[in-house]
Design a protein around this ligand. Structure first.
Ligand code: NAP
Length: 259
């Protein structure tokens, strides 16, 4: 939109949707918001802004995009496990000098009654499940990182994801297509009805998918939790309100005549 500062929001998360909503409510008419999705799910939507779907072509592609669209500020509201994109955004903004902030969602913390086994990577999960003696597993890690599980034997696995997963390989796996937010009642029913003895999750944090942890705690079910990957250092905020404050201050500063 001619004349308005362009803001790029890297999305695909609940926080990104909330930020887009807040931009519409508080800055609508004052900024041209572009919300970017990787295209992992079909028909992504944003409550406000123009959406674009698909990769930029690495760091250089993103830097080119930022220049071409005269982007004034970038908000990284990516999922905590979308580390590749976070590093690309950090590097592209560094080289172009465009202000960037990362919206960081707090991770989950263990509570009394939890039976958690933390592992560093997805590749460590099968061994952790073996140590636990798990026989019926609910996998809630999406559908992109299933490789380490395809050779597992003697374990029945329910793979919950938004889009249909590729369950090829020798393992005993069935799909469960569903998307959050989930309730404790619903998660408790699922875990109990399916006789699940271990749940696998990333340390995603946030409320939308936390109900499974409460349900597992109440049922005494073990949880294998994958630690977050390293993400770039830089400016960070922890809430939608703080992201909006950063954006308003950044746009105001860009408006000031150079001293
Ligand atoms: P990733 O591994 O960090 O990124 C891989 C590549 O996907 C990037 O190099 C980039 O391609 C492209 N990409 C990622 N996010 C993008 C975005 N918002 N807009 C445009 N291109 C993007 O990412 P991922 O973990 O697969 O996550 C992909 C998307 O799903 C992100 O938007 C993330 O917020 C969302 N998500 C991820 C998870 C998760 O567990 N990983 C969970 C929920 C939602 P190019 O190099 O070509 O630019």
């Amino acid at each position: 939109m001619a004349g308005l500062p362009t803001v790029l929001l890297l999305g695909g998360t609940t926080e990104a949707a909330a930020i887009a909503d807040a931009v519409g409510a508080r800055l609508g008419g004052r900024v041209d918001l572009i919300v970017s999705f990787a295209g992992r799910t079909t028909s992504p939507t944003t409550p406000f802004g123009r959406q674009r779907v698909g990769g930029f072509g690495g760091t250089d592609g993103l830097a080119h995009y930022l220049g071409q669209h005269e982007v004034s500020a970038v908000l990284d509201a990516l999922h905590p496990f979308a580390a590749v994109m976070a590093f690309h955004a950090s590097e592209a903004c560094r080289t172009t000098g465009i202000p960037l902030v990362k919206v960081v969602r707090a991770g989950w913390t263990e509570q009394a009654g939890d039976r958690w086994a933390r592992v560093a990577t997805m590749a460590d999960v099968p061994e952790a499940l073996e140590r636990l003696g798990a026989t019926r597993v609910l996998l809630t890690i999406g559908r992109q990182e299933l490789e380490p599980f395809r050779t597992m034997t003697g374990v029945h696995v329910i793979v919950r994801s938004i889009e249909p997963p590729d369950l090829s390989g020798g393992w005993d796996a069935v799909p469960l297509l569903d998307r959050g937010p989930f309730t404790v009642e619903g998660e408790t029913r699922l875990l109990a009805d399916e006789g699940i003895d271990a749940l696998v999750t990333k340390d995603s944090g946030g409320a939308a998918t936390a109900a499974k942890l409460t349900a597992a705690r109440q049922l005494g079910i073990a949880v294998v939790i994958v630690d977050r990957p390293r993400t770039p250092t830089g400016a960070e905020v922890a809430s939608v309100d703080a992201a909006m404050a950063w954006l308003e201050a950044t746009l105001d500063a860009a408006d000031q005549p150079a001293g």
